[in-house]
Write a protein that binds this ligand. Structure first.
Ligand SMILES: C[S@@+](CC[C@H](N)C(=O)[O-])C[C@H]1O[C@@H](n2cnc3c(N)ncnc32)[C@H](O)[C@@H]1O
Length: 323
């Protein structure tokens, strides 16, 4: 009798065959892509993680369907990693395009089928809806804090293109204090500098490693946040970074970090076809990252989720007497 993993693989091969046939015959209907995402996610849940990573993902990439899916400029950019890593700021621009009307130029190079696939992968899929919802949470907090604190000083760590800034009227009206945008990717910072420098945003090239080693010392901020970063950090590094973020705050300041949750049904497609591997965390797992923070420096700690229930946020408020 077949092992469960063999059965899952055989079932999945049939799904891949059906998807390839449907895409070639009718184009990328939303339903076709939705079924693919769902079936891949179900398989990922059925098989042990090592079988998924070593066997199933390989089978997905060898199947002719991969060639069709890689006509999608969004999927293919993550897979080929022109900046050396999958989740770069251009990829995020694809996801924000539905709200920002700013499609990256490489979208033009996609085939008709590729553009249809791209519509689903970058706009309709659960993971990309979560990314836009995550940004809305940050925009809301940024605007509420800016309204309550004149001259609010802000630090965005792993800022990418800092696209949330375009929805912060206080920035355009000169009502914010310092706004520091930190990222390791100089190409992304060049965009920040060009588009947001005139509004007072200061880009700074630095990596998490440099921050943790104390090679870049940052302090006195009212609000520090990181989105699209903790999903890459293992627990020990993530904990140490929380300690650093706390030290960057002025007394009474807050830091906020986001993490995509394990329920995100885009995870399997991202791993199989985009070669994009995140560390997914539940609210409880995210909360545990704050365990090593010194009690005397912390006023409040809370976790909450976005409106879709796909992204968890950890928010820590520094004590008014905190160091
Ligand atoms: C998924 S993007 C998120 C961009 C933006 N925060 C957003 O939510 O739209 C991830 C960003 O994290 C940056 N990044 C990843 N690892 C980093 C590290 N170790 N140090 C500094 N930046 C990092 C990347 O350069 C990239 O711009």
């Amino acid at each position: 009798m077949d092992a469960p993993a063999d059965r899952s693989l055989a079932d999945l091969e049939r799904v891949l065959d059906r998807t390839a046939a449907a895409l070639q015959a009718h184009g990328a209907a939303t339903e076709t892509m939705e079924v693919l995402f769902r079936e891949l996610f179900a398989t990922r849940r059925q098989v042990p993680a090592d079988i998924w990573g070593e066997v199933v993902v390989g089978a997905c990439r060898r199947h002719p369907l991969a060639g069709l899916l890689h006509q999608d400029p969004f999927t293919f950019r993550a897979f080929r990693k022109p900046r050396g890593y999958a989740g770069d700021a251009v990829l995020l621009d694809f996801m924000y395009a539905a709200e920002d009307a700013l499609m990256p130029p490489e979208w033009e190079a996609g085939t008709t089928l590729g553009k249809q696939i791209c519509h689903y992968t970058s706009t309709c899929s659960q993971g990309t809806r979560a990314a836009r919802s995550r940004r809305r949470v940050i925009i809301d907090i940024l605007n509420r804090r800016a309204a309550g604190t004149p001259g609010l000083s802000v630090l965005s760590l792993a800022c990418g293109h800092l696209r949330e800034a375009r929805y912060c009227p206080a920035l355009r009206q000169g009502r914010l204090g310092r706004f520091l945008a930190v990222d390791q990717d100089r190409e992304s910072l060049a965009v920040v500098s060009r588009e947001l420098g005139p509004w007072g945003v200061v880009p700074l090239a630095a990596s998490v490693r440099e921050v943790l080693r104390g090679e870049v010392v940052l302090s006195g901020f009212d609000l520090v946040y990181a989105t699209g970063l903790y999903d890459y950090l293992a627990d020990p590094v993530a904990r140490r970074l929380c300690e650093r973020l706390l030290s960057m705050l002025a007394p009474g300041g807050r830091f906020l970090v986001a993490n995509v949750m394990p329920t995100c049904t885009s995870a399997a497609y991202m791993e199989a076809y985009m070669d994009w591997w995140l560390l997914y965390r539940t609210e409880a797992q995210l909360l545990r990252l704050a365990e090593t923070l010194p009690d005397e420096d912390v006023e409040t700690v809370r976790v909450f989720t976005d409106e879709l229930g796909q992204v968890a946020f950890l928010e820590v408020e520094k004590a008014a007497t905190g160091r």
